[in-house]
Design a protein around this ligand. Structure first.
Ligand code: NAP
Length: 333
């Protein structure tokens, strides 16, 4: 099949100090020279995209840049054996949408080793309902399991529970049989979280004060934290003896004011999770597990579809914690 001469993309650019972003019709010569060209079908909105689109953090280092840190679609052209036209693929991270043109576009040209074939059980749309957020949730769960967490260990707390990473972590953990406590600043989403499998809903205000003591009563057998800051500090002080905590985000702040006491007196294990440069074998096993395990019903209940023209507003919304679940972007609309 011959490629069209142009494609639509959501581009972030600078006019002096001012950031400008919007949909542009680009010539295919704007695509980088890389192994595989993908006809993108779906992308998704992640917190990092919000930072990139609004310029709230210097995610995009080089302008103009097509934003979008993940995408799924169909291989159109391939210069390598691993992929042939027609393969359904997914890409998350690797600097795409940051230093390399990203997924908010009808076409992408990328290194073959950044791409993964979709595992059985996932189509391109579901793959983006999961996207970077879902991969990160599964990496958190796998990190906890590798550090001894079992459903019988006790309650697991998930912060930022109504957001993308959080809602998927609640769904995955509860489907695995864990007793999940969902911490949220939006108690009006209690029913949403209960339907995903949360046993207990905790208001964010219970966790928003500075920790008074480095060790509080032991409460959590495991934790997935997407917010950092004071909330993470408090959770660390409440972890059970030897319990693992996966830290993957900073939606509430990047600082962490704690002491070594939970680590040296209780053996608490703080595990850092990165999905962007995560090695391929770990990604592949995380995607395979997601494909086998994720409930399509739950996935659809957390997903909303938008077009690229909504991205400016959505970028602001995700930074103020106003997105529920996952936003999938239809790049052809
Ligand atoms: N390490 C990685 O590889 C990786 C990958 C993906 C994402 N992340 C990080 O994970 C975080 C979440 O990403 P996401 O895409 O899930 O974003 P999201 O959909 O916006 O979810 C973040 C959630 O955090 C809560 N929140 C927002 N502002 C807060 C504040 N000031 N204090 C406390 N809680 C707050 C809100 O949940 P409630 O309304 O329920 O409280 C919000 O929905 C981001 O920091 C992102 O950078 C990291």
């Amino acid at each position: 099949m011959t490629l069209n001469k142009t494609y639509r993309a959501f581009v972030v650019d600078r006019d002096g100090e001012k950031l400008i972003s919007g949909i542009q019709e680009l010539d295919i010569s704007a695509l980088p020279d890389a192994d595989v060209k993908v006809r993108v079908q779906w992308s998704s909105l992640n917190y990092k995209d919000g930072l990139a689109i609004t310029g709230a953090a210097p995610i995009i280092r080089k302008t103009p840049m097509t934003a979008g840190i993940d995408f799924s679609g169909i291989v159109e052209e391939s210069a390598i054996e691993d992929f042939v036209p027609g393969d359904e693929v997914v890409l998350t991270g690797w600097g795409v949408g940051e230093t390399h043109p990203g997924g908010f576009a009808q076409l992408a040209s990328v290194q073959g080793d950044w791409l993964e074939k979709l595992p059985d059980g996932l189509d391109p749309k579901n793959a983006m309902a999961i996207g970077t957020a879902g991969l990160t949730s599964m990496l958190c769960v796998m990190g906890l399991e590798n550090n001894g967490l079992k459903p019988s260990s006790g309650p697991v707390i998930v912060t930022g529970a109504a957001g993308g990473v959080g809602s998927l972590a609640v769904a995955i953990l509860s489907d695995l049989g864990y007793e999940v406590s969902a911490l949220t600043g939006r108690k009006d989403y209690s029913e949403f979280l209960t339907n995903l499998g949360a046993k207990e809903i905790i208001g964010r205000n219970e966790f928003s004060e500075e920790v008074s003591k480095p060790l509080l009563s032991e409460r959590w057998a495991g934790a997935v934290d997407v917010v950092g800051g004071k909330i993470l500090a408090k959770i660390i002080s409440q972890m059970k003896y030897g319990a693992p905590l996966a830290a993957c985000g900073l939606a509430g702040g990047s600082e962490l004011n704690t002491t070594v006491l939970p680590f040296i007196l209780r053996g608490v294990k703080l595990i850092g999770i990165d999905s962007v440069m995560c090695p391929k074998p770990l990604r592949v096993s995380a995607w395979n597990r997601i494909a086998k395990q994720i409930s399509k019903e739950k996935l659809s209940s957390i997903t909303n579809i938008h077009s690229m023209s909504d991205l400016d507003g959505l970028g602001k919304d995700i930074l103020r914690g106003a997105i529920r679940g996952r936003i999938v972007i239809d790049v052809n609309k």
